[in-house]
Design a protein around this ligand. Sequence first.
Ligand code: ATP
Length: 347
Amino acid sequence: MGPHPAVAAIRLAVRRVLHDLLTDQHASRDQHAPVAQGPHEQPPSPLVLVACSGGADSMALASALAFEAPKLGLRAGGVTVDHGLQPGSELRAEEVVLRLRELGLDPVESTAVTVGREGGPEAAARDARYAALDAAAQRHGAIAVLLGHTRDDQAETVLLGLARGSGIRSLSGMAAVSGADGRYRRPFLALDRQTARKACMVQSLPVWDDPHNTDPAYTRSRLRHEGLPALEKALGKGVVEALARTAQLSRDDADALDTWARQAEASVRDAAGLLECAKLYALPPAVRRRILRQAAIEAGAPAGSLFARHIEEVDRLITGWRGQGAINLPGKVVAQRQGGRLVIRQG
Ligand SMILES: Nc1ncnc2c1ncn2[C@@H]1O[C@H](COP(=O)(O)OP(=O)(O)OP(=O)(O)O)[C@@H](O)[C@H]1O
């Protein structure tokens, strides 16, 4: 008898990503000159880490990685991050370490971080977590770090982006591949959370439910427990899948527009490299605003504090010119129109 369908589904999702990783590995090895090896020196087999909170999604992911990696000649390890946000969090992290070792992962480690305040509690925890995962990947020379985000997480991310009102890039949710050199992989992005939970249940894997996931103080938690269920009630069960599909479509659209904007950018600059307002005016707004945003970032505006409303205001120097003064942007960057040129620079 084969494995339970939920277990088969999580393993297949992981197998696909491991295959992609091996293909990438071979491609990059072919590009580089072969490394001289002594007669008995065997290069260690590549290591893939799973980032595991101990929750159902990442425990399911860890179990599938432990099963699939050795079959493909890969080593499987795990990292759990102790955010130190609740009393006893270090004990829980140690428990996760034990569970991962029981699955046969090696190396396994827990890493403690200090969570700051910047950008709110969720963003601060996320920043600290990714910094720790990056460091762990480097320390162990891992070729990838797997994350347990599911289709449901993707749907939540799309809704959060929609509510921010900031364009299709934020509707494109999380990428299946991201981070430095495509280090982060999300094998479960097309898998529903129920399947991951089921896979843990039938494999008798104990899981830990993060109290933050049910804490109504967190936006994502409210969305998960109130927002999405209300949407499903109003629009039907397919809404999660539709939102995840929206993410993929939006990502493709956003990528295409970014490429278009990069190509158009050179053609709207004069001989001195200044942006010409008349040429910008002739471009579609989606392309023009991307060029303006990029120019502001290059002038020193921090991307994370540059919002759609900032760019809209700069855009009005092009499309609604009536002699406005200089516009202040984050990072002390100033945008102003001078003699048919748009000048964006640090003020
Ligand atoms: N403390 C942590 N240590 C290591 N990895 C983590 C930690 N918290 C989250 N992750 C990684 O990020 C992914 C998404 O986490 P998040 O808390 O947003 O979602 P989740 O649905 O609650 O996931 P899970 O059920 O695995 O906890 C997890 O699946 C895991 O891969």
